[in-house]
Design a protein around this ligand. Structure first.
Ligand code: BGC
Length: 571
C-alpha cells in the first residue's frame, strides 16, 4: 500500500471501509454447501488452560538480514537472486529485529499469553557451525525479545528451524541431503549443536520448543521441486532424502533436551507438521484420501509419533514403484532398527499447521515417466465448486476439514496433546488496504469453532490455537503480495508502522471469551454473523424464503463491528 493510501486509512477512518465492506457483501453470491448439522455454531468454551497464541517466523519478519555477524540463509540467497514475486526480499521485512517491543505491545493489547516465533540459525551461528564462531549480537537479540515477552506475561514458544538454513551448510554439506543413509550424518550433529546452544542460552525462560516447522515444505519444495530455498531440483528422490535427515535431526535435538536439559528446565519439545485434510470425492475414493494424508502427514508423524518408521502404505506403494521403475531399492530410504528406536516417541506434543482441504480422487496406478512425490501418491486432487477462496491460490476455506484432521490425529497417533501452531487466511495486497477484514474474521470464527467441536465433542486433546499471523509479513515466493496478518504493516513506510485490522479486535474478544460462551455479547455477534460467514442465509438453511434474516444479519454486522472496535478501545 502506498503512503497516500495509509494516510487515507487514518483520515477517513473506518466508515469508508465499512461502506466498501457492505457493498462487497451485497455482491458476494449466496451459494450452497452449508450443512445444517455439520456446520452449526457450537456454543461453549475451551478448557480453562487453553493456549491462545499468534505466530511469526524469523525470515518473514525480522529483516536486519546482515547486521552484526549474521550469516546468509538459503532464503537470503534465493531472494537476492530475484526469485520472489516483485523481486521482494526479507532484507527489512517488518523490521521486527528493531521493532520487537512494538510487536510485544500488540500481543499484550490482544490479551495473548503466548507467542510463537522462530530463531534464525545463521543469526546465532553465522556458518551454521558453532566451531566457526557465535554471533553474540544474535544471542543478545533473542534474549531481549524473550525478556520483553516474559516481562509482559507472554510465554515464548520457539521454533528452531523455520526454513532459513545457513547457506554455508548447504554449500559445505548439501544441507539436508547430507549422507542421508549413514548413521553419522554431519547435519544431524550440527542441528543438535544448534539446538543445544539454544536450550543452554534460552531454556531457562523458554518452555516450549518446536524443532522444525513444516518439514514437508522444506523437503518437497526445497529439495524436490526446488522452487523454495535451497532450490535443489530432484523430484524423484530429493524430498525423501531431506525428510529422512530432518526426522533424524529432530530426534537428535529431542534426545539432547531429554538427556541434558529436561530435568533442570522442565520444558517440552515437539515438531510442527503441516497437513491439508484430504476428503474423498466419492465413497470409492476413501482409500485414496487416506493414502493422501499418510503421504502428507504420516510421512513425518508416523515415525515420530507412532513407531519410528514410515507408514505401511508409503512403504508398500514405494516398493511397488521401485519394481515398476526397474530399481533395486525404493526411493523411500529405510531407517535402521536403532534409528527407529531413537525416532519413535520424540514428541511431547503434536504441533499442527493447517489451512485448507482438498478433494481426493483415486489415480492408481498409471505408469509415470518421471516419477515424483506428487505422482507417487497415486491420487488426484481438486476442490469443490462452492468452497470459498483466499488470496493464496492454494487456500480454500473449508472449516470442517480441521475437525476431521484433528480427529484423525487423535485416532492414528494415540491421542496426543495437539497444539495448533498455525491457522489463518490471506488477503491480497490492495489499495485501499483491507482493514475491515471480514473474511479473515469469518475464517477464524468458523475454524476455531470447529476446533472447539474437536475438543469438546470429539474429546481431542487440542491444547492450543495459534493464529497465523500476528503481522502481515514476507509470504515466501509471494513476497508482500499476500497478507495473513491480524495487523497491517505498510511495507512502503520506512518505519513499518503496524495498524490493527478488525480481525485483531475479533481475536481479542475470542481470547477473552475463551470460545463462544452461551449468552455472551460476543457469541450473539457471532450468531448474527454465522450464516453470512458460511456464505448462505438462515432462510436457505431452514427452508423458508423471505430474505429477512439476511438483512438482519447485514444490519447486525453493520452495527457490531464498530461496536466491537469501540468496546475494545474503552475496555
Ligand atoms: C508457514 C508460514 C507461511 C504460512 C502461509 C505455513 O506454511 O509455516 O511460514 O507463511 O504457512 O503460507
Amino acid at each position: 500500500m502506498s503512503a497516500t493510501a495509509s494516510d487515507s486509512i487514518m483520515e477517513t477512518g473506518t466508515f469508508v471501509n465499512c461502506f466498501l465492506l457492505v457493498i462487497s457483501l451485497v455482491i458476494i453470491p449466496v451459494n450452497g454447501g452449508y450443512d445444517k448439522e455439520r456446520d452449526a455454531l457450537l456454543k461453549g468454551t475451551f478448557p480453562q488452560d487453553f493456549i491462545w497464541s499468534s505466530a511469526t517466523a524469523a525470515y518473514q519478519i525480522e529483516g536486519a538480514w546482515n547486521v552484526s555477524d549474521k550469516g546468509p540463509s538459503v532464503w537470503d540467497t534465493l531472494a537476492h537472486q530475484g526469485r520472489v514475486y516483485n523481486q521482494d526480499t526479507g532484507d527489512v521485512a517488518c523490521d521486527s529485529y528493531h521493532k520487537y517491543p512494538e510487536d510485544v505491545a500488540l500481543m499484550k493489547q490482544m490479551g495473548l499469553k503466548y507467542y510463537r516465533f522462530s530463531i534464525s540459525w545463521p543469526r546465532i551461528f553465522p556458518t551454521g557451525e558453532q566451531q566457526d564462531g557465535v554471533n553474540q549480537d544474535g544471542v543478545r537479540y533473542y534474549n531481549a525479545l524473550i525478556n520483553e515477552l516474559i516481562a509482559n506475561d507472554i510465554q515464548p514458544m520457539v521454533t528452531l528451524f523455520h526454513w532459513d538454513l545457513p547457506q554455508v551448510l548447504q554449500d559445505r554439506y548439501g544441507g539436508f541431503l547430507n549422507n542421508h543413509t549413514t548413521n553419522t550424518t554431519v547435519i544431524h550433529d550440527l542441528f543438535g549443536d544448534y539446538a543445544r546452544f539454544c536450550y543452554q542460552n534460552f531454556g531457562d525462560r523458554v518452555k516450549y520448543w518446536i524443532t522444525f516447522n513444516e518439514p514437508w515444505i522444506t523437503s518437497w519444495l526445497g529439495y524436490g521441486v526446488g522452487n523454495f530455498a535451497p532450490q535443489h531440483n530432484e523430484p524423484a528422490e530429493g524430498q525423501y532424502k531431506a525428510a529422512h535427515n530432518i526426522i533424524l535431526s529432530h530426534a537428535k535435538a529431542y534426545h539432547i533436551y531429554d538427556d541434558e536439559f529436561r530435568a533442570a528446565q522442565g520444558g517440552q519439545v515437539g515438531i510442527t507438521l503441516n497437513c491439508d485434510w484430504g476428503t474423498p470425492k466419492t465413497p470409492a475414493d476413501a482409500d485414496a484420501a487416506l493414502r493422501y494424508v499418510q503421504f502428507f502427514l504420516g510421512w513425518f508423524a508416523h515415525p515420530i509419533y507412532k513407531n519410528g518408521d514410515y507408514p505401511e502404505v508409503m512403504k508398500t506403494t514405494m516398493a511397488r514403484k521401485a519394481q515398476e521403475e526397474g530399481r533395486t531399492t525404493s526411493r523411500l530410504p529405510e531407517f535402521t532398527p536403532e534409528q527407529k528406536l531413537s525416532i519413535s516417541g520424540t514428541g511431547d506434543f503434536f504441533g499442527l499447521n493447517h489451512y485448507t482441504t482438498v478433494e481426493v480422487t483415486d489415480a492408481c496406478c498409471t505408469p509415470i515417466e518421471n516419477p515424483n512425490y506428487d505422482t507417487d501418491k497415486d491420487v488426484g486432487t481438486g476442490h469443490a465448486p462452492d468452497w470459498p477462496r483466499a488470496a493464496s491460490s492454494w487456500l480454500y476455506v473449508v472449516p470442517w476439514g480441521i475437525r476431521n484432521l484433528l480427529g484423525f490425529i487423535k485416532e492414528e497417533y494415540g491421542d496426543p496433546e495437539i497444539y495448533v501452531t498455525e491457522n489463518g487466511r490471506s488477503d491480497h495486497d490492495q489499495d485501499p488496504a483491507i482493514m475491515m477484514d471480514m473474511e479473515r474474521i469469518c475464517y477464524y470464527m468458523m475454524y476455531t469453532n470447529e476446533v472447539m467441536k474437536a475438543s469438546n465433542m470429539d474429546n481431542v486433546k487440542v491444547k492450543a490455537y495459534t493464529a497465523w499471523s500476528l503481522l502481515d509479513n514476507f509470504e515466501w515466493l509471494s513476497g508482500y503480495s499476500e497478507r495473513f496478518g491480524l495487523h497491517y504493516v505498510d511495507f512502503n513506510d520506512p518505519t513499518r508502522t503496524r495498524y490493527p485490522k478488525a480481525s485483531s479486535v475479533f481475536f481479542k474478544q475470542l481470547v477473552r471469551n475463551n470460545g463462544y460462551p452461551e449468552g455472551s455479547e460476543f457469541t450473539k455477534y457471532v450468531e448474527n454473523m454465522w450464516y453470512f460467514c458460511h456464505n448462505t442465509t438462515e432462510a436457505e438453511v431452514n427452508g423458508y424464503t423471505g430474505g429477512a434474516s439476511q438483512i438482519s444479519s447485514l444490519f447486525s454486522l453493520f452495527l457490531a463491528i464498530p461496536m466491537m472496535i469501540a468496546y475494545s478501545l474503552i475496555a
